[in-house]
Design a protein around this ligand. Structure first.
Ligand SMILES: *[C@@H]1O[C@H](CO)[C@@H](O)[C@H](O)[C@H]1NC(C)=O
Ligand SMILES: *[C@@H]1O[C@H](CO)[C@@H](O)[C@H](O)[C@H]1NC(C)=O
Ligand SMILES: *[C@@H]1O[C@H](CO)[C@@H](O)[C@H](O)[C@H]1NC(C)=O
Ligand SMILES: *[C@@H]1O[C@H](CO)[C@@H](O)[C@H](O)[C@H]1NC(C)=O
Length: 689
């Protein structure tokens, strides 16, 4: 037989190599929930890990670690236990086109032509629990580490690669192999602008429920549709993180913006085992790439605090999303200014638009970087700073624009538009003067203004914007379904208005619009509920009789005017008209459930006093149903650990909608990381040798 090695053979070869290295695995504990280090099942760790795809020319850091457990199930016996091999080596080989033979494995230093003290040996230790029994018993496992890092590398030659870490463990030579792919980049730019919407936590059942409450149906046929229903392409993305099948918003944002899977809480980095939360191996984001390749302006809009994971992951790099002050620092300046010893020669160079909440990272004080006034810092870097919707209207794009409209997350659509009394008494003015932020813009106001600023500042280079409906997720966590759906309808309204606005300014055909989510929540509607009957019953079991399933689910009570109510009451309940419910408190409401929740109460009525707090601390220190909420409802038992106060994310694939140049590539079922490549290709941001 001929000796040509096919692609399949190469795969088999790497599988065998993998099997060979996995012999060092004494059990599967470390591959499950309590990992030694995510994406590193063996004692040799490579970041970028196995199965990483790169855009040609995209910058990334390389981190190598050799682990030597001092005790626990992975520690060997005899001399050398707990002593990591400091003489490990690492080489990179190109696997020839067409699956031909693997080229020579070239030492890392030579391969990447590294200079200076790159690859200097570092040493540290860490501890972890191997499983729940170990956690309960307080039995820590210790690991000693020898490591090296190489910063800001790139692979510019499309194709398949094999990277090999060779080290000695327990006197035996071991290899860890990572298979990398550098994708062939698009040569032609299809889209001038990209408008990337993220409905945080948004799933198809939420979209279906939103349509139900906001669009009138006659005999089972909708008379109007959501904007999302009318996009050109629909796909589904798989959201798993690198080391767990449920993701959080930080590492899913990393997947969407960099094309790389990462760990929970990580922004634009892979998670290494060192203590420093800023030394983890970085990867270049779509915003940094867009700036570096095109010089065009970048916009970031969110209804969350602006340092939150989804907005924060565009221009900052840390494995700990809670480093909010540093996220803002890095967004304004760059990673190198934050940590000069880890040079990172790419950045957002200060986004041209930054609109959202989160004044606590700007007002001089505890939450801001080094306690300094970040409004002033932005002004010094040439920004116009605005604090409310009235001032937002004056933004003209001559300068970069910072708009911070509240402390913390911004007010929800329902509270801004329907139950407006809830805006009072919050003391959340972005100026920090203790007054209420009563004049907050919505996602639509911010996004349309951002389009104008970016358009003005683009000078023909095109622009990139991410606009996040953050509180779909935040209100689903709180099991406040009505507010979550209000946020989703606001997102839909914003997409609709953006399309109209782009059409008006002549940019619609130049703009790729993508609308997706970063993960789901286990929410769905399963019937209707007669809220009047429910409130009148005296026991939980009788109250459940108010839920109508199948035929008894009835029709949407949200889209008909509440004729029986006095005129002013319909105003209180927000007669909003097209694309929003006519009323938010119909007698016949939707009945919904949640796949993962703490103990809580359900009455299927809107929380009139503001966002829900479904659970509060009980006598045993764990969370129980909030006794002050939905007292006329019935209790629902929780399904998640009692230290969780809110609902949690779920597994499901999330929808991707697209319109405009490049939209056709978003059809089908694919991985979250593919979204980065599709957007990068539409903008032709890859650069091969
Ligand atoms: C294992 O080693 C770590 C680190 O040295 C130590 O903290 C831990 O107590 C040890 N565990 C046991 C069971 O001795
Ligand atoms: C980082 O910021 C510093 C100071 O503002 C600037 O001199 C440097 O050019 C910036 N580097 C990058 C990569 O943006
Ligand atoms: C922040 O404060 C620390 C500690 O005082 C100091 O070392 C660092 O230089 C400060 N950072 C900036 C950017 O001023
Ligand atoms: C609605 O309420 C306002 C103020 O509370 C009152 O002035 C007005 O007359 C009421 N309108 C109707 C139709 O009842």
């Amino acid at each position: 037989m001929a000796t040509t090695i096919t692609k399949a053979n190469t795969k088999l070869l790497s599988l065998l190599l993998l099997l060979a290295t996995s012999l060092t695995l004494p059990n599967l504990v470390s591959a499950q929930t309590f990992q030694r280090l995510g994406a590193c099942p063996t004692l040799g760790c490579i970041f970028p890990p196995d199965q990483t795809d790169f855009l040609a020319g995209q910058l990334f850091d390389l981190r190598l670690e050799v682990h030597a457990p001092v005790n626990g199930t992975e520690a060997g016996t005899g001399a050398g236990v707990g002593v990591p091999d400091e003489g490990f080596s690492f080489c990179v080989a190109k696997v020839q086109e067409g699956g031909g033979k693997t080229g020579e494995c070239v030492d890392v230093g030579k391969y990447f032509k590294v200079k200076g003290d790159a690859g200097a040996l570092e040493k540290w230790s860490f501890t972890y629990y191997e499983d729940l029994f170990a956690r309960d018993a307080g039995t820590l496992t210790g690991v000693n580490v020898a490591a090296k890092a190489y910063r800001a590398l790139s692979l510019n030659d499309p194709g398949h690669y094999q990277a090999k870490l060779s080290y000695t463990s327990g006197g035996v030579k071991q290899n860890t192999v990572a298979n990398w792919i550098v994708r062939e980049p698009a040569k032609k730019r299809k889209a001038k602008n990209v408008l990337f919407f993220i409905g945080d936590g948004m799933t198809q059942p939420m979209i279906t429920a939103s349509r139900l409450i906001a669009h009138k149906s006659i005999n089972g046929k909708y008379q109007t549709l959501m904007q999302l229903d009318q996009m050109e392409a629909l796909g589904l993305q798989m959201t798993h993180s690198i080391d767990s099948f449920i993701t959080d918003s930080a590492n899913s944002a990393t997947a969407l913006y960099t094309g790389k899977k990462s760990g929970v809480n990580a922004l634009g980095v892979w998670v290494d085992s060192s203590k420093d939360v800023f030394d983890d191996p970085k990867v270049e984001t779509i915003a940094e790439l867009f700036r570096r390749r095109t010089g065009g302006p970048v916009g970031i809009v969110s209804t969350a605090y602006i340092a939150d994971a989804t907005p924060g992951a565009l221009c900052s790099h840390t494995r700990d999303r809670s480093q909010s002050a540093s996220v803002v620092f890095e967004t304004l300046y760059n990673a190198t200014s934050l940590t000069p010893k880890y040079d990172w020669p790419t950045s957002c160079k200060g986004p041209d638009v930054l609109f959202g909440g989160g004044a606590e990272q700007f007002i001089a004080g505890a939450g801001s970087y080094n306690g300094t006034d970040f409004y002033k810092a932005f002004e010094k870097e040439g920004y116009q700073v605005v604090y409310d919707n009235t001032q937002l209207k004056t933004v003209d794009g001559k300068k970069k624009a910072l708009g911070i409209f509240s402390v913390g997350n911004m007010a929800k659509w329902v509270d801004r538009n329907v139950l407006t009394e809830n805006l009072k008494g919050q003391k959340n003015s972005p100026t920090g003067d203790g007054s209420d932020a009563l004049d907050q813009p919505g996602l639509k106001d911010m996004t349309l203004k951002a389009i104008d600023v970016l358009q003005k500042r683009s000078a023909g280079k095109g622009w990139f914007m991410m606009s996040e409906a953050a509180s779909i997720d935040k209100m689903m966590h709180a099991m406040d379904y009505d507010r979550a759906l209000g946020e989703l309808l606001e997102l839909d309204d914003t997409v609709r208005a953006s399309i109209e606005h782009l059409e008006k300014i002549g940019e619609l055909d130049n703009t790729l619009i993508v609308v997706t989510a970063d993960h789901g929540h286990g929410f769905d509607v399963f019937g209707g509920a007669d809220t009047k009957y429910l409130a009148a019953q005296t026991t939980d079991r009788k109250k459940r009789g108010a839920v109508g399933t199948y035929r008894n689910s009835g029709l949407s009570g949200y889209t008909v005017a509440p004729d029986s109510l006095p005129n002013n009451q319909s105003v209180v309940y927000g007669a909003q008209g097209p694309n929003f419910p006519v009323q938010w408190s119909p007698r016949y409401a939707y009945a919904a459930g949640f796949g993962a929740s703490p103990d809580h109460r359900e009455s299927y009525t809107i929380n009139e006093k503001g966002p829900r707090t479904p659970a509060t601390k009980g006598d045993d220190g764990g969370y129980v149903a909030n006794p002050a909420e939905h007292t006329h409802g019935f209790s629902v038992s929780g399904t998640i650990p009692i230290d969780e106060s809110q609902g949690v994310h779920s597994l499901q694939d999330v929808p991707v909608y697209a319109k405009g140049p490049g939209a056709e590539t978003f059809r089908g079922v694919y991985n979250s990381v593919d979204i980065f490549f599709k957007i990068a290709d539409a903008l032709a941001l890859g650069k091969a040798n």
